[in-house]
Design a protein. Structure first.
Length: 263
């Protein structure tokens, strides 16, 4: 796990691996990464209530990092994607962390639910095949990533209101998926919602790859980027400097909230 994580520092969407702390007496070990002032992405969403373009920027960061992992040779599977394992830095950029379940995809002992370390995965984010003891794979990461997107866009856990593991597992096997309604703002991004539903396909082979997901998210970011700044240009007077707005454009990257109070 340490070797896998330490080899991924070249990507800005991966939290830096600092080292580990071992408690030999109690047979425990912790992998260490830098402290981030904004906490995990779930905490950040609750604290700042960002708008859809800003949330989509965080979504882009996560799929950009996941695509990087899956395009390695051999591919690296994170194995435990969820909002609690995505940190938001001082630069408001999302970074994947907690690679305690990460494995190389060619590893014959790759991340089976009953033999993995730590919390053995997180039931709410598990794909049906993982619950049936299939090895973790890029396709199961994509399934979990869609629930991560759900958390970012809505602020809710998967299967909110259901607490018992057996009840959550039953809903997973029944393909019990949420519906879009007005309160969740996903109605503003129907293409994103359609992508998420494809990621939740019961058949892993029918799910899009991380690279395909990144292509769709990039397209959505560009559309919202254009629409958002058109509104800004119409709103601001000719004497008001554009840079006074708390969001800026990062060349080809998504727009991002950089300073100021949440809108």
């Amino acid at each position: 796990e340490m070797l896998v994580w330490s080899s991924l520092e070249a990507h800005p969407g991966i939290a830096k691996f600092l080292g580990f702390y071992a408690d030999f007496k109690n047979s425990k070990a912790w992998l260490l990464s830098p402290w981030e002032p904004n906490g995990n992405v779930s905490e950040f969403i609750k604290a700042h209530n960002p708008e859809v373009p800003e949330k989509l920027s965080l979504v882009y960061d996560t799929i950009d990092a996941l695509t990087f992992l899956h395009q390695r040779d051999p591919p690296v599977c994170h194995g435990d994607l969820k909002a609690a394992n995505v940190l938001v830095g001082a630069d408001y950029k999302a970074r994947l962390c907690d690679f305690g379940l990460a494995r190389l995809h060619e590893d014959s002992g790759f991340g089976r639910l009953e033999t993995s370390t730590g919390m053995k995965g997180s039931i709410r984010w598990c794909s049906p095949e993982i619950l049936k003891d299939a090895p973790r794979a890029p396709t199961s990461d994509v399934y979990a990533w869609a629930w991560l997107v759900w958390e970012i866009m809505t602020g809710d856990l998967p299967y909110k209101g259901t607490s018992a593991d057996y009840a959550i597992m039953a809903k997973i096997f029944e393909s019990h998926l949420p519906e879009v309604d007005g309160q969740f703002r996903l109605g503003d991004c129907l293409q994103l919602w359609e992508l998420m539903r494809r990621c939740w396909s019961v058949d892993p082979e029918r799910r899009p790859t991380a690279r395909m997901c990144k292509t769709t998210v990039t397209h959505l970011v560009r559309i919202l980027d254009t629409q958002f700044f058109s509104i800004i240009l119409l709103t601001f007077t000719s004497t008001a400097p554009l840079h006074s707005h708390p969001c800026e454009r990062r060349s080809s990257d998504p727009i991002r909230c950089l300073a100021g109070e949440p809108r």
